[in-house]
Ligand binder design. Structure first.
Ligand code: ADP
Length: 427
């Protein structure tokens, strides 16, 4: 490869040599010393100009750059500009996340805290900078949140007291983030909890206030004998039926209010064999011989929980099966062991429920057909009560139904709720 410095000097030297030789030639040809000297001088001037041209070129190009940067930025400049823009965007996003009202904590695969926003300081009680890098569940030890974090894939945690501000209520979710990191989100729901509490209190108070006047009205209606006033007999019977219905609605609302405020139930043995016998009797009394009723006790195991609430929930399902199955239908009450624990199910060959209603059945006053529910003496609160009772027993309700063919309502109990009839111990 040619050395640029070497070539920069070689050319002018060759040029000078050529001119000097030319000058000497001129002198020899003309015989005049002055002509030779003049030619050498011209040669030197040409050499000087050549050098000046070389030096001026870079100086001129440097002086043509505007002071605020190149008008046509190089690739490097463009890259730098993009990096600066990205850094600014990142900064903005971080500031936005930092100021969100929801607490956000970025956790690595071992639950070490990598980053958290301001709301995480107030709601979860994290402190900057000392809590960066700590293990979150250890930092929040002795809180409901810490035991929740122990779980391998925790379901969202609803309405728990905020570790950093115990008077506030939060909903917490853990989301997968990046390759192995996770994002903990905690939303302050104190306002909603307060409204929910007001609603609960209102319903409980109204129900309580209605109870006494309804009992009085019902009592007087019972005293009146329709045979004494035959022309008013149909009216009187209707008034009795409606006051009874109102009384039942009030009782169900009070039961629901009580269940909603409870966070645990009594831990008593609930012997299943006698309970199943009672449920059969209740079903037969309600059915009045219109259905064929079968009870299959395949589990030989008892439940642990509140006898009163469990009876209420399990009999609600039986009562629904009888009320929503036309005459001649079959009803099967089954108690059986499963891999997860035990199932109590009620299967009927009744009207069935269209699929789009299934997810809403446990809402208060939700009915597939209001007239059918009313005519059969329903309050629209039965399945709501079932759901709450099961929730308090860490059990769940599974509903399967085919319109025109029938339904199966199954209460799935976990192993921790089972008791062996002999040993009286949890299995
Ligand atoms: P209700 O007092 O109206 O029966 P529930 O909460 O017990 O209230 O049930 C809600 C609705 O679910 C009922 O109105 C009815 O439409 C439907 N349902 C419940 N059980 C059955 C069943 N076994 N077969 C068909 N529909 C049912």
């Amino acid at each position: 490869m040619k050395n640029p410095v070497e070539s920069a000097w070689k050319r002018p030297l060759a040029l000078t040599g050529g001119l000097v030789v030319g000058a000497l030639g001129g002198w020899l040809a003309n015989g005049h010393v002055a002509t030779g000297v003049a030619l050498v001088a011209v040669a030197e001037i040409v050499l000087l100009l050549t050098h000046l041209r070389h030096i001026a070129k870079p100086i001129m190009s440097l002086s043509s750059i505007p002071p605020d940067g190149p008008s046509d930025p190089s690739r490097h400049d463009r890259f730098m500009m993009r990096s600066r823009r990205l850094a600014a965007n990142l900064h903005d996003l971080r500031r936005a996340a930092g100021n969100l009202p929801d607490a956000i904590v970025l956790l690595d695969q071992d639950q070490h805290v990598r980053w958290f926003n301001h709301a995480a300081e107030s709601l979860l009680g994290l402190r900057r900078p000392q809590d960066r890098g700590v293990v979150l569940k250890e930092r929040l030890h002795n809180s409901e949140l810490a035991s929740w974090l122990e779980e391998t894939s925790p379901e969202p945690l609803n309405d728990v007291s905020a570790p950093g501000a115990p008077s506030r209520h939060i909903n917490v979710t853990l989301l997968p983030f990046g390759t192995r990191q996770r994002l903990l989100l905690a939303r302050d729901i104190s306002h909603m909890s307060r409204l929910e509490q007001i609603r609960r209190d209102f319903v409980a108070n109204v129900s309580h206030e209605l109870r006494t006047p309804l009992t009085v009205i019902h009592g007087y209606l019972e005293l009146l004998d329709p045979e004494d006033v035959p022309h008013l007999a149909p009216v009187l019977n209707e008034m009795r039926a409606q006051s009874k219905r109102m009384g039942q609605i009030v009782e169900d609302l009070l039961t629901l209010s009580r269940l909603e405020t409870q966070d645990h139930v009594s831990e008593e043995r609930v012997p299943m064999a006698p309970l199943l016998a009672t449920l059969r009797k209740e079903a037969e009394a309600l059915s009045q011989g219109r259905h064929s009723i079968t009870v299959e006790n395949m589990a030989a195991i008892d439940l642990l929980g509140s006898p009163k609430d469990l009876h209420s929930a399990l009999s609600n399902l039986v009562s629904n099966a009888v009320r929503y199955t036309p005459t001649g239908g079959r009803i099967t009450i089954r108690w059986e062991r499963t891999a997860e624990g035990a199932n109590y199910s009620v299967t009927d060959t009744g009207y069935g429920i269209p699929a789009d209603h299934l997810s809403r059945l446990t809402e208060r006053f939700y009915r597939v057909s209001s007239s059918r529910s009313r005519d059969s003496g329903g309050t629209g609160l039965g399945l709501s009560i079932v759901k709450h009772v099961l929730g308090l027993h860490q059990a769940r309700l599974d509903i399967r139904s085919t319109p025109g063919q029938g339904s199966t309502f199954t209460c799935c109990f976990g192993r921790e709720r089972l008791m062996s009839p002999e040993t009286h111990e949890s299995t």
